[in-house]
Design a protein around this ligand. Structure first.
Ligand SMILES: CCCCCCCCCCCC(=O)SCCNC(=O)CCNC(=O)[C@H](O)C(C)(C)COP(=O)(O)OP(=O)(O)OC[C@H]1O[C@@H](n2cnc3c(N)ncnc32)[C@H](O)[C@@H]1OP(=O)(O)O
Length: 193
């Protein structure tokens, strides 16, 4: 089945190199915001995903599926699996040195993901065309070379930090901007685009 063109980079677009200031492979990327459902430590119901930098513009994220993540009995909810992929794919923006938001995300569920399993998600950037970031990810069950359970294709769009300031609820935006780590990241992106 052919993919919709909006998730496939134009043929002349190549996979990008990481930004010169991107952290090296193996680095653990911390939470990008403590209230994030995907990675935030302060989000008590969140997935608390941890992501490591891979080779090129790629990341590896592990999702340990627990009883709180069920859809059908004993099986992960598809929406939460998609959330884990959104989080992993969203982290690629940090290697490209641009904040980016999901415009479109397509998830293919290849096999059920049981409670108690770990989904090893590998996400990579397939191309950057202006503000458009084309990304792919594959999730394997219980091992880095385990059977493929979920695949995803996404289009992210680079945005300025003003996107979050303009659209976010003021109290959370204010609190986030009081966090020196968030401020530092915002300034680094602005000074060194
Ligand atoms: C503090 C911590 C920070 C760090 C923050 C890190 C956050 C990571 C969190 C995980 C990721 C998320 O969940 S992010 C949350 C979920 N996503 C969102 O809330 C985004 C909501 N949507 C929007 O804000 C907007 O629609 C945007 C920004 C995506 C696009 O609006 P825009 O900037 O005005 O751009 P626009 O002119 O419409 O489109 C530009 C080009 O992209 C194409 N395009 C736009 N949308 C789509 C689409 N859905 N599907 C295909 N193509 C699209 C257009 O056709 C056009 O192509 P052409 O004509 O140029 O060819």
């Amino acid at each position: 089945m052919s993919r919709p063109t909006s998730l496939t980079p134009p043929p002349d677009v190549k996979a990008p190199d990481p930004h010169p200031s991107a952290p090296p492979p193996g680095t653990e990327l911390g939470e990008h915001y403590d209230g994030c459902f995907g990675c935030g430590e302060e989000q008590e119901n969140g997935l608390r995903l941890r992501t490591r930098v891979g080779e090129g513009v790629s990341v590896d994220t592990e999702f340990v599926v627990g009883p709180g993540h069920q859809g059908a009995p004993g099986l992960a909810h598809g929406g939460l699996l998609t959330c884990a992929f959104d989080e992993a794919l969203g982290m690629l923006g940090f290697l490209l040195h641009t904040p980016a938001v999901t415009a479109r995300l397509e998830t293919d569920f290849r096999r059920p993901v049981p409670v108690g399993s770990t989904l090893y998600i590998h996400a990579w950037c397939a191309g950057v065309d202006g503000r458009k970031i084309y990304a792919k990810a594959v999730g394997r069950l219980d091992a880095l070379d385990g059977p493929v359970a979920v695949e995803a294709s996404a289009l992210f769009l680079s945005v300025g930090f003003e996107h979050f300031v303009e659209h976010g609820r003021p109290e959370e935006v204010r609190r986030a901007m009081e966090n020196p780590d968030v401020l530092k990241a915002a300034r680094a992106f602005e000074v060194n685009p």
